[in-house]
Design a protein around this ligand. Structure first.
Ligand SMILES: [Zn+2]
Length: 395
């Protein structure tokens, strides 16, 4: 039995969607080729359960035997490694920022085959949705060249996103409210669409392929236009009962602090995100500073008032990370986002505030920085489409 994942008609046999099959598939995605015995050790599944999970995925061709594409399979040998057949299916991942759309065509191993960037001149849904549809059509044409069908589309948007219903409830940067994005784009493109929060999508990619591989508890904190956080607990990306788990940008750390767009005061985002930093840099210098790059240049020229703004931002980020560390006790916190360009200015504040706020052994948490370009975020969106396709989002 291969139940279809979506209400859209299945175009060909969908993969098996048992929890064990999904676990085996994602384990092979993360670790590359493994023998059945190694799969069993990593997933804690019995040999019989591994065999049962692998067989239907091999029958539909998503898993194959052999170490790599060039290896000659020795069929029937139990020690023969099993791997995901990267070229068997394609997926599209899209990340929408306030300024541009980044789209990638990725294979079944979520390796980027084609990438596209489109500048946005307006952020309203009526302006952005036709651009998304046009980009998807462009990538579907590219996919024809590979002779492989595109099996799903993932779209990553910042803010409060209901993945189950495919609805963007509220995206502050885009100023979108209650947009049934999955349904609209499914109708326009004919593809199954997965919509998720952008930081959560990036967290899936980090868990499968990045600095989160092999970790059962980690956090990904992003700094830049906003402050976001993706959480992995017991090996699962957490979205919470309301889909907004990890919103550390809206931890209020100073009740008398500057107003936040969420209606609260002194949120981390109102102190440490780019718009807040720009506002404070203008206040400190009296100069018409409009971009993060301009503010950063003033700081690197040594302007003490500007450096203080970054130091306060770093402290706010450090306190937010301290809260994450105290609440969840992750093994690692990965800091990423376009705001890393200013990390040398944030670093001391982050380190000191984290040391001051982390309780006991939680302070042993490993903190690392990891620059991830927006194409990696789009790859994360493609990863969510693969999750939906393989059924690993439902267990
Ligand atoms: Zn807020």
């Amino acid at each position: 039995m291969f139940p279809a994942m979506r209400s859209t008609p299945p175009r060909e046999a969908a993969p098996a969607t048992t929890p064990a099959a999904s676990l085996v598939f994602t384990t092979l995605l993360s670790h590359g080729p493994l023998t059945r015995a190694e799969i069993g050790r990593r997933t804690m599944l019995s040999a019989a359960a591994v065999t049962k999970a692998v067989r239907p995925l091999m029958e539909v061709g998503y898993l194959v035997e052999g170490a790599d594409d060039g290896a000659r399979p020795a069929l029937g040998r139990p020690a023969n490694p099993v791997r995901v057949d990267a070229g068997r299916a394609l997926f599209i991942g899209i990340k929408v920022t306030g300024d541009e759309i980044i789209a990638v065509l990725a294979d079944l191993c979520c390796r980027i085959r084609v990438a596209r960037h489109v500048r946005l001149t307006a952020r309203g849904p009526q302006a952005v949705l036709p651009r998304i549809t046009a980009l998807v059509q462009e990538l579907l044409t590219e996919a024809d060249g590979f002779g492989v069908r595109v099996r799903g589309l993932g779209i990553a948007v910042s803010g409060d996103v209901d993945r189950t219903r495919g609805v963007v409830r509220y995206s502050p940067f885009l100023e979108w409210r209650d947009i049934a994005l999955a349904e609209i784009v499914e109708t326009a493109t004919g593809l199954p669409v997965t919509v998720d929060n952008d930081v959560r999508a990036l967290t899936v990619a980090e868990q499968w392929f990045g600095a989160g591989v092999g970790l059962s508890h980690f956090a990904l904190v992003t700094v830049g236009a906003g402050i976001g956080c993706g959480l992995v607990v017991h090996g699962r990306v957490v979205s919470g009962a309301h889909g907004v788990a990890g919103e550390i940008g809206h931890l209020s750390i100073d009740p008398l602090g500057p107003p936040c767009h969420c209606g609260n005061n002194g949120c981390v985002e109102a102190i440490a995100a780019d718009p807040a930093i720009l506002r404070e840099v203008r206040k400190a210098t009296g100069k018409p500073v409009h971009t993060a790059a301009e503010a950063l240049a003033l700081a690197h020229e040594g302007d003490p008032g500007v450096r203080d703004v970054y130091a306060r931002a770093g402290e706010a980020i450090g306190r937010a990370i301290g809260s994450v560390v105290n609440v969840l006790g992750p093994e690692r916190v990965i800091i990423s986002g376009e705001g890393l360009a200013a990390y040398d200015l944030f670093a001391e504040g982050i380190r000191d505030a984290l040391a001051a706020s982390a309780f006991g052994a939680a302070a042993q948490c490993d903190v690392m920085t990891r620059p991830l370009p927006f194409e990696e975020w789009a790859r994360g969106a493609a990863a969510t489409a693969i999750q939906s396709f393989i059924g690993s989002d439902t267990y």
